[in-house]
Ligand binder design. Structure first.
Ligand SMILES: Cc1cc2nc3c(=O)[nH]c(=O)nc-3n(C[C@H](O)[C@H](O)[C@H](O)COP(=O)(O)OP(=O)(O)OC[C@H]3O[C@@H](n4cnc5c(N)ncnc54)[C@H](O)[C@@H]3O)c2cc1C
Length: 429
């Protein structure tokens, strides 16, 4: 019987992000034994990483313990392990310390990592924003340069108050907008900020517009808001090198800085390359429309690690909503496999896209027809949608509390330097 077969089946899911959690939850609910392996003991909500970096919310608002998430899903076992190799033939994943997890099915959902596009110095001197640790390191660096400038205003001439954000997609725009808010509203309340008016935020992108995937109207709106908030747009320019004390642009200009945020793109987790599966665009694992990996029966790849074909045959965007829905769709297909039914093609339900630009300013394009909202209404919608998407009632309430407090009081409780390594700057370098 199907129910017996389900309880006899084992699935190893590598990665407890949007895709892995959705897949494991659905399988667990239907009695399938799942081993969910992650290098962290929490699942993180990447869309709000920039808010951790700018101290708008704290870590526990965007990261939830995996064990708490699965406490009511008895067939799901969580294992804390850093997977260093996967074998798509044996359906196994092996950790760096030599523990192997094997199942009847293997689900690869290990996400991605920053793509520096071989830019010299970027991996050493720039701060990527892909994981919670990245956000905490960046928070410490942003606060450290401000403290340095207040301690010794001469450092302003060495770029202490220059902030460079690389990449004008949603993450770059959100980070630049949040930084502008922080410099304009929050920092002056914290210290009598002599010199803060000299702070400059540069947003660099080779594209001629900000927020590329959005409409022309959204491009114009975002540009106008950012410029009004004194963000200097360097569009049509590439960062060709990042040094310890500056970035070099493709036209030869240099910007002195000790705070470079890298929001310039992502590539697949290195596990994709280690799997031996022939790679697709961005090193991602190409999957069939039913999310299986061709040539490797019983193997699925989901979310940012996968190149998932859209209705037009082009890869779907690396979005949380795609990963979440793919996780559920893969779980349904694994249940179909177990029950001997035909698998279904993954059909993404596009609910739209949105990006925050800063206080009272956001853009949203709602639904597949992309109904456009700009300004305060989009700002409130963004807050509502992101609060709703956070995992756990307490996290939602706390995030709403932090946003409300930030909006009214212009103070940020988590603005502390807690990563001394990221904060340390050799000003003589
Ligand atoms: C800064 C930022 C902002 C974003 N904003 C938005 C947004 O506003 N809207 C939106 O829709 N999307 C947004 N995205 C994209 C979205 O967050 C991703 O598409 C989504 O998280 C992908 O889900 P995933 O499950 O594939 O991977 P992830 O959520 O990255 O999860 C991967 C999991 O795998 C684990 N893992 C990785 N490697 C290993 C290993 N070797 N061993 C064990 N475990 C491992 C990780 O710890 C992680 O828990 C944003 C992304 C970023 C980085």
């Amino acid at each position: 019987m199907a129910a017996t077969a389900r309880s006899d089946t084992t699935v190893v899911v590598v990665g407890g992000g949007f895709a892995g959690v959705a897949c494991a939850k659905h399988l667990g609910r239907h009695g399938v034994n799942v081993t969910l392996v992650d290098r962290h003991d929490y699942s993180q909500f990447q869309p709000l990483l920039y808010q951790v970096a700018t101290a708008q919310v704290d870590t526990t608002e965007i990261a939830r313990p995996l064990r708490a998430m699965f406490s009511r899903h008895k067939p799901v076992t969580v294992k804390l392990a850093d997977i260093s190799a996967v074998d798509p033939v044996a359906h196994s994943a092996t950790s760096a310390d030599g523990v192997t997890f094997t199942g009847d099915y293997l689900v690869l959902a290990a996400g991605g990592r920053a793509n520096f596009f071989h830019t010299p110095g970027a991996d050493t001197h720039a701060f990527p924003l892909y994981a919670l640790d990245d956000a905490l390191r960046l928070r410490s660096r942003l606060l450290a340069v401000l403290e340095a400038a207040f301690r010794n205003p001469k450092l302003i001439d060495q770029g202490a108050l220059n902030f460079v954000v690389v990449g004008a997609g949603a993450t770059g725009v959100e980070t630049a907008g949040a930084l502008a808010d922080q410099l304009e509203r929050v920092i002056p309340r914290r210290v009598s900020a002599m010199g803060i008016s000299k702070a400059q935020i540069f947003l660099v992108d080779p594209s001629p517009v900000v927020l590329g995937p959005f409409s022309d109207r959204a491009h114009e709106y975002a540009k106008e808001v950012l410029e009004r908030r004194h963000v200097q747009l360097e569009l049509g320019a590439k960062v060709s090198e990042v040094k310890a004390d500056r970035v070099v642009l493709s036209d030869g200009r240099e910007i002195l800085t000790r705070a470079v945020v890298w929001a310039g793109g992502i590539q697949a987790s290195p596990l994709a390359a280690s799997s031996g599966i022939p790679p697709g665009p961005g090193g991602r694992i190409p999957v069939d429309p039913d999310l299986t990996v061709a040539g490797f029966p019983g193997v699925y790849a989901l979310g940012d690690i996968a190149s998932t074909p859209g209705p037009d045959g082009r890869p779907m965007p690396q979005l949380g909503s795609v990963a979440l829905q793919a996780g559920l769709a893969a779980a349904k297909n694994i249940l179909a496999d177990i029950d001997g039914r035909a698998r279904s093609e993954f059909r993404y339900k596009d609910k739209g896209i949105m990006a925050m630009i800063g206080r009272n300013a956001a853009v949203a394009e709602v639904g597949p027809k992309r109904r456009e909202l700009h300004g305060r209404l989009a700002f409130v919608s963004w807050l509502g949608v992101h609060a709703w998407l956070l995992s756990g009632f307490r996290a939602r309430i706390r995030a709403l509390g932090s946003w409300g407090w930030d909006y009214v009081a212009n103070t940020r409780a988590s603005a502390i330097i807690d990563r001394p390594d990221a904060a340390a700057i050799d000003w003589d370098e």
